[in-house]
Design a protein around this ligand. Structure first.
Ligand code: PMP
Ligand code: GLN
Length: 375
């Protein structure tokens, strides 16, 4: 008997595989295709000859944990204790999985907003807990009234993703006020805040859960160096949580992986001395704007994008096919891969929307746009 009967191969795997098969330009799965900062590759080349190839301590390489504490202090003016409040994980994915496994019990309910990134539901199901999907409003803001109605003493966790994949929406101050009001009513309710795109925001300022005093004792923060340093394949992320939750999270981590890639942790800890993460927003804002300009003559209608490196587009004026069929045809006939937005909805809601990843060099964006403008 399958423990996850309704789960199949992730859409990111399916679309990237098809893109390779048909030699299409891959704007589907989210990963950059431009070179990594040479200063970082130089560090890792130097480290390859040093003594950095054995296990790090279970929770992470201590200098990297200190660097993360410094980064959080600098970015959000929050003081965290590296030894007790940080865990380095194999990407954000493992941080999310480990935290849910450690903190959610049989029969608990977990609120997942709809549409949503695909990593949240399966760990909840594996805990014999119940995912409760609550629809975002049409403009992708959370509907706090519906969320509150969905809450009860059974609700163990609310998962937020800010900036939001796939819509690029970011949460406003008023959203946090409403979330905090709900938390006051349910003392055992936790928040898992997936902020992997925390430094990729544009006109509006990103408000991190790190800055919300009322959340700090109840919140598990998820980050990923994959997004911030263009190194998705290194799979290094981290969790920040208060000690009483982190004790439980570490118990699961030590048997899931024990510790994660040593040389990459050492390299990132050195790189953090010289890199400026605050430049990332401007870098991707220019990419977003360039991609938008390139597609201005196409028949796609581009939706607002406040953060992340994803652009949602409507193809309503091009085709009335469902979005999965349209994306497959986009690859086979036009040579561009994208992600159908229906796959982010629990019930596969088809709104004729697709997601393009614009974390690509300009030549790739130009070539893709040329094809997309000819549809
Ligand atoms: N959360 C979100 C919202 C993501 O978009 C991604 C990656 N696309 C992850 C988590 C996973 O990050 P990582 O590759 O560091 O595991
Ligand atoms: N998070 C990436 C995206 O949204 C994909 C990561 C993965 O393939 N699991 O495209």
């Amino acid at each position: 008997m399958s423990k996850l009967p309704n789960v199949s191969t992730s859409i990111f795997t399916i679309m990237s595989k098809m893109a390779t098969e048909y030699n299409a330009i891959n704007l589907s799965q989210g990963f950059p295709n431009f070179p990594v900062d040479e200063r970082l590759t130089d560090i890792i080349a130097k480290l390859a000859k040093e003594n950095v190839h054995q296990y790090t301590p279970m929770a992470g390489y201590p200098p990297l944990m200190n660097q993360i504490a410094k980064l959080v202090q600098k970015s959000y003016n929050r003081t965290i204790i590296p030894e007790t409040e940080i865990l380095i994980t194999a990407g954000a994915t493992q941080g999310i999985f480990t935290s849910i496994l450690a903190l959610v019990k049989t029969g608990d309910e977990v609120i997942i907003l709809d549409p949503s990134y695909d990593s949240y539901e399966s760990p909840v199901l594996l805990c014999n807990a119940k995912p409760i999907r609550v629809a975002l409003n049409d403009d992708y803001t959370p509907n706090w009234q519906t969320i509150e109605k969905a809450c009860s003493t059974k609700t163990r966790m609310i998962i937020i993703n800010n900036p939001h994949n796939p819509t690029g929406k970011i949460l406003a101050e008023a959203d946090f006020v409403q979330l905090e009001n709900i938390l006051k009513k349910y003392p055992d309710l936790l928040v898992l805040s997936d902020e992997v795109y925390e430094y990729i925001t544009f006109e509006e300022k990103h408000i991190s859960a790190h800055t919300r005093k009322q959340l700090l004792n109840r919140c598990i923060m998820i980050s990923s160096f994959g997004k911030s340093f263009h190194i998705t394949g290194w799979k290094i992320g981290y969790v920040v949580a208060p000690e009483h939750l982190m004790i439980e999270i570490k118990k699961v981590h030590q048997f899931l992986v024990f510790s994660v890639n040593s040389i990459c942790q050492v390299a990132i800890s050195e790189y953090l001395d010289i890199v400026d993460v605050t430049k990332l927003g401007k870098f991707y804002q220019e990419k977003r704007d360039y991609f938008k300009q390139l597609l201005s003559k196409s028949r796609f209608e581009l939706k607002p994008c406040q953060g992340t490196y994803f652009q949602v587009a409507s193809y309503e004026s091009i085709s009335d096919e469902d979005d999965v069929t349209f994306c497959k045809r986009l690859i086979t006939e036009y040579g561009v891969a994208a992600i159908p937005i229906s796959t982010f909805y629990a019930n596969g809601k088809d709104l004729k929307l697709i997601r393009f990843c614009f974390a690509k060099d300009n030549t790739t964006l130009e070539a893709a746009a040329e094809r997309l403008c000819n549809i």
